[in-house]
Design a protein around this ligand. Structure first.
Ligand code: 9WN
Length: 424
């Protein structure tokens, strides 16, 4: 495995800031130079979190810039294109400009992403005390949450459904294999967009073709909520997406008084999400539910731990989930935290993207979960293990969970940003 010269904390922090500076375009932070040359939604939220202590000015600009892409429906798109077309699918595929709900002055994708922004705003406030900025952003995030309630509660129980694997942020997770296999494959052949990375580490062409087909179908239906409810072939209640939403609802409840608003609707929303996740997704582990078959997708991925972000998670589920996380099914068997799929699953692959490798962002989310439950030992293990990964292999996109070697691209923004937070 490639080894880097030993770096102390101060040098690692300087390197992380330098990566983020290099990835700043003047209007936003790109996730990775070349590979992801636009602004991605949950990547930006992680950048806000990482910069909160070190560059609050930049963290504020990042969030403002991302939310310029928000649609009139409240939807925060998963990609905002401040720059020319340089990724596929780009603006000419999404055609947001043709949709009346999309912003006029900036082009975007038509999908959304895990709604981490409430938690990111709370994190920024916690480190800056900037209530004026909270007042400015709060109404936009209220509208984001309202969109999820109005247009994404496709199961009618209070959870938000994702309608595309890209919306999970975990594109090729084994959890999407079955619902994806039910879709037709029409050759588009655009996977070559992934320049500079090993294509064997990513999803096959057939999956990419299905991603594109699904996105275009939604586009051709005008990105309509009625179409999603009645016809769209991919609709899934994902525990990570909803666990993040719940955490953002709780963050919004704390921020509401600063904006002169009532916290209660946010706490009530969080309770609804908690109840629905327990009723619909829990069966010894939190699984994703396929709304088109009304069945749980019984493969345990890192997404199963999203509900741990909830301080109100009942102790039975909390203990069972933590036991599983620490067991030989997840981090008990690997040298590094946390594999993206349980290692005994047939689909586990230590080299392939969201099918096995460890990621800094999910490690950070689980460390946050450990903090809300005062699981100090677990939190420390996650912090130390993640810092060991980036110290040895650099700010890679993801890592082999057994030997810690880097996978995917280099100079990845959220790996750098969250390292800053872990070092603090
Ligand atoms: C599709 C930008 C994004 C992340 C996702 C990650 C990957 C895109 C892709 O890169 O997704 O949105 O082309 O694979 O899976 O989590 O937000 O870093």
């Amino acid at each position: 495995m490639e080894a880097r010269p030993a770096v102390d904390d101060a040098a690692l922090g300087r390197e992380a800031l330098a990566v983020l500076e290099a990835n700043w375009t003047g209007t936003g932070t790109v996730p990775a130079p070349g590979l992801y040359p636009h602004q991605w939604s949950w990547d930006s939220a992680f950048v806000v979190i990482g910069l909160a202590r070190h560059r609050p000015d930049r963290a504020r600009d990042e969030l403002v810039s991302l939310l310029r892409g928000q649609w009139a429906t409240g939807m925060v798109p998963h990609i905002v294109f401040h720059t020319r077309e340089a990724y596929f699918p780009g603006p000419s595929v999404w055609r947001s400009g043709d949709n009346r709900a999309a912003p006029h002055d900036v082009l975007t994708s038509g999908l959304t992403a895990p709604p981490l922004h409430g938690l990111a705003l709370w994190w920024l406030y916690r480190h800056t005390g900037d209530a004026a900025f909270v007042r400015q952003m709060y109404p936009k995030l209220v509208r984001q949450h309202a969109y999820l309630t109005a247009s994404r509660d496709l199961g009618g129980a209070g959870l938000a459904a994702i309608v595309h694997p890209w919306e999970s942020g975990m594109d090729d997770s084994p959890a999407w294999d079955q619902p994806l296999a039910a879709l037709p494959v029409i050759r588009y052949g655009y996977r070559s967009v992934y320049r500079g990375v090993d294509l064997d580490e990513r999803h096959p062409d057939s999956d990419h073709d299905r991603y594109v087909w699904l996105a275009m179908r939604y586009r051709d239906a005008g990105y309509g909520a009625g179409y999603l409810r009645d016809e769209h072939p991919f609709a899934i209640e994902d525990p990570m997406f909803n666990g993040i939403w719940l955490a953002s609802c709780q963050a919004m409840a704390e921020l509401a008084p600063l904006a002169g608003a009532d916290p209660k609707p946010h706490s009530e929303q969080a309770e609804r999400i908690r109840r629905a996740m327990l009723d619909r997704l829990w069966d010894g582990c939190f699984y994703a539910r396929d709304l088109r078959t009304d069945r749980l997708i019984r493969v345990c991925t890192v997404g199963a731990f999203g509900p741990l972000l909830d301080p109100g998670l009942p102790s039975d589920q909390l203990h069972a989930a933590v036991e599983m996380l620490e067991s030989a099914r997840f981090m008990g068997a690997t040298g590094y935290p946390v594999p993206s799929c349980e290692i005994r699953a047939a689909q586990f692959d230590r080299t392939r993207y969201w099918r096995g490798p460890s990621w800094v962002n999910t490690n950070w989310l689980l460390r946050r979960a450990a903090a809300v439950h005062s699981l100090d030992h677990l939190g420390q293990q996650l912090t130390n293990g993640t810092l060991r990964l980036v110290r040895q292999a650099g700010f890679r996109e993801c890592f082999d969970p057994f030997d810690g070697s880097g996978r995917g691209c280099r100079d990845f923004s959220w790996s750098a940003a969250l390292t800053l937070d872990l070092l603090a």
